[in-house]
Design a protein around this ligand. Structure first.
Ligand code: KG4
Ligand code: ZN
Length: 330
């Protein structure tokens, strides 16, 4: 079964053709990142306009010379969560394709899409039951997953997401957007222990997260550093190393606690922050079971993970009943 996946929830305009939920036949992504690095963050109106400009060219490049979609079995699309204007672009395009091609349409939750990135092109699929950490620019969520479609939400961020903390602190360090990869690279040149940031909620009993305090602590320390005249390249790289370590300490601590409590042998990492190599390494070092992650290109937003989620949770609906829902969680 070949499913077309469309993803337009934020700053990537993406589409893919995926066979049986695992084999990526074609994958196309356009990113509006250049438009956002100027502003140091995403302005929803700008992102929505970029989605409108990019979706048809992305679909064209996906299909290449074989310029038709008659061979697909179904259309799938992210309906939420995400930015309202962005979501509408993908949802309305997918509805139009479903109607005109007479193909079934499957709405997909973006966060469940991130979970399924670990099923793409990996050879062996992750084994249930598992604990999944979905970490992106908008979300930090822990799930217990006992089978396809069987999710229990264990906890999530009470304020900022982990990716947002990376992006915010990167902006304070004078790095562009997205901040995660910039901090990861700079951290390679830094030394741990030169600065100390808090690890919020790391040792409490819940599976919730909070990163706003970490962000504030970083802002205060950086303001003091700038005032003292010692805000130089060396200081920046030490600070990047501590930022990455603090965020990852919390993510790893909570995920391992959930894996132990639910007695699972598999942890799945999904979402843009899961592209971070240090996070992958630390999680693997702390867990005796399997840590399943996608290749970095399927960790960030893409259409293939949406098509995969649609295949393994195949529930077509009437296209008239699909609506973008920016704030849906699970
Ligand atoms: O999943 P994603 O592409 O979009 C959302 O759904 O939000 O995630 C984007 C987030 C951004 O906050 C970005 O800074 C972060 O993922 N990110 C990373 C890395 N690559 C992307 N964070 C840490 N390390 C990375 N290598
Ligand atoms: Zn995402």
């Amino acid at each position: 079964m070949v499913i077309l996946g469309i993803e337009t929830s934020c700053d990537e305009t993406a589409a893919a053709l995926v066979e049986n939920g695992t084999r990526v036949l074609a994958n196309a992504v356009a990113s509006s990142l250049p438009a956002h690095s100027e502003t140091g963050g995403i302005i929803p109106e700008t992102a929505a306009r970029e989605q409108i400009n990019s979706l048809v060219p992305v679909l064209k490049s996906l299909l290449g010379k074989n310029n038709n979609l008659n061979g697909i079995d179904a259309v799938s699309v992210t309906f939420g969560p995400g930015l309202t204007g962005c979501l509408y672009v993908g949802v309305e395009a997918a509805k139009t394709l479903s109607y005109s091609l007479l193909k079934p349409i499957v709405p997909v939750n973006h966060l469940i899409g991130h979970l399924y990135s670990a099923w793409l092109e990996t050879g062996t699929p992750p084994r249930f039951p598992l604990v999944a950490l979905i970490v992106s620019g908008g979300h930090t969520e822990l799930l217990y997953v006992s089978g396809h479609g069987k999710y229990e939400h264990l906890g999530g961020t009470r304020d900022d997401a982990a990716g947002e903390a990376f992006d915010n602190i990167a902006r304070l360090l004078g790095l562009g957007y997205p901040g995660g990869p910039a901090i990861e690279n700079l951290a390679l040149e830094g030394t741990l222990g030169k600065y100390k940031l808090p690890r919020p909620m790391k040792n409490d009993n819940s599976f919730d997260f909070s990163f706003s305090g970490l962000k504030t602590a970083a802002a205060n320390q950086l303001a003091a550093l700038k005032e003292s005249g010692s805000f130089n390249d060396k200081a920046k790289s030490h600070f990047a190393a501590e930022t990455q370590e603090a965020i990852i300490d919390v993510l790893v601590g909570k995920t391992l606690k959930a894996a132990k409590k639910y007695n699972v042998n598999t942890i799945v990492l999904g979402g843009g922050v899961a592209a971070n190599k240090h996070l992958r390494k630390r999680m693997r070092a702390g867990f005796s079971g399997e840590v399943a992650v996608s290749s970095p290109k399927y960790a960030v937003d893409n259409g293939a993970m949406i098509a995969s989620a649609a295949y393994f949770n195949y529930k077509p609906v009437n296209w008239m009943n699909i609506q973008a829902d920016a704030s849906i969680l699970f």
